[in-house]
Design a protein around this ligand. Structure first.
Ligand code: F6R
Length: 361
């Protein structure tokens, strides 16, 4: 049942305010400015003993894991990174007892992730799951975890589950942070930011008509560049994947700082750039990248907290705490991919060559 929407993708994008509300519900503890996660199976002493966090996933879940790693490293001050599960599995990684491994999967059935979990468990590692489908293979195999509560995701490409997974990581980061060195004040600041998300997502969704018009202007592109810096980079990766999957327009994502080391050679009017430009400590650096692109006659669509004069168009999103901005900046880009694909007449819910869960190697 599409509930009045033309596609499941549109329905699922629109459901995000409610979905985010669900992942937060019952988990916030205002008294200690922290977060309770019932299924973690990790006591405070164990949480303090973690020396590293390694996040494993595929596709969109890997991108959510990249943001998750920066949230955990930033708030809990534990070195954290994310890696595609299959790459991890085949490079014979050092498995360390003081590392917390986290497997991320919407379906909970992705073979490469499941196999990585099984290999880790066999070697005695502790593995948590950040999973949407309750009781799925990865959820059962993990020692504990966080359910993402996005509700059923029918469209092959992931949207609401990406957003909810990142929110689940923010909850985990506050939880681990408050056991370690995150102050009460910062815990409270992030919790208040999380509570603002549903209404802010609602506000972004209200801008859909404008995004649709922009999509019509960029749908003629042969290829698109997506750039972001530090926490904006995984947003660029995910937006680029979404566009590729459903519109079949070639896209690539680069850290903005890497442009000058090669890809600037590609910039010309036929290759527009989507730039993630949050109002944070890197704003001036990001603006410099826009200038470099403009100097080469590149078209620029910025996603920002205020109008960017170097950009041809700016999609303005509401500001949250710096740490949580990536969650909001991803949402207009789901709509951009959606309307680009629609303008090109693509079968949005069933893109060619893709399956909802990839249960083969
Ligand atoms: C992208 C997409 C895929 C999945 C990937 C992992 O829109 O849907 O890239 O994210 O196949 O799937 P899960 O999260 O079910 O493990």
């Amino acid at each position: 049942d599409m509930g009045g929407h033309d596609t499941y993708m549109h329905k699922e994008i629109s459901e995000q305010p409610d979905a985010v509300d669900r992942v937060l519900r019952g988990r916030i503890d205002d008294r200690f400015s922290t977060v309770h996660l019932g299924g973690l199976n990790l006591d405070p002493r164990e949480a303090r003993g973690i020396r590293r966090v390694k996040i494993l996933g595929c596709g969109t879940s890997y991108h959510a894991g990249l943001i998750g790693a920066s949230l955990i490293e930033g708030m809990a001050r534990i070195p954290a990174d994310a890696e595609p599960a299959s790459e991890f599995r085949y490079r014979n990684p050092v498995v360390d007892p003081d590392t917390l491994y986290i497997a991320v999967s919407q379906s909970g059935e992705t073979y490469d992730v499941l196999a990585a979990v099984q290999e880790l468990k066999r070697k005695g590692a502790r593995v948590l799951g950040v999973v949407n489908v309750v009781g799925s293979a990865i959820a059962r195999e993990a020692d504990g975890g966080v359910y993402v509560h996005a509700g059923p995701e029918v469209c092959v490409v992931s949207t609401k589950c990406f957003t909810n997974t990142v929110v689940a990581f923010a909850l985990l980061a506050v939880h681990l942070g408050r056991i370690r060195d995150l102050s009460v004040t910062d815990g409270k600041r992030i919790i208040e930011g999380l509570r603002r998300l549903p209404a802010q997502i609602e506000e972004i969704l209200k801008g859909e008509e404008d995004i649709k018009e922009l999509a019509a202007q960029y749908a003629d592109a042969k290829s698109m560049m997506f750039i972001g810096r530090v926490r904006g980079y995984p947003v660029a990766l995910e937006a680029s994947l979404k566009l590729k999957e459903i519109s079949y327009i070639h896209a690539e994502a680069y850290p903005a700082s890497e442009l000058k080391h090669g890809p600037l050679a590609l910039i010309e009017p036929a290759m527009p750039t989507v730039a993630i430009v949050p109002d944070d400590d890197l704003l001036e650096k990001n603006r410099a990248a826009l200038e470099e692109i403009k100097a080469r006659s590149g078209r620029i669509l910025a996603v920002a907290h205020r109008e960017q004069e170097k950009a041809d168009h700016t999609i303005i999103v509401p500001k949250n705490e710096d740490e949580l901005d990536p969650i909001l900046m991803g949402i207009p880009l789901q709509l951009l991919a959606y309307h680009t694909a629609l303008a090109l007449g693509r079968d949005i819910d069933k893109p060619r060559n893709l399956a909802k869960s990839v249960t083969v190697e």
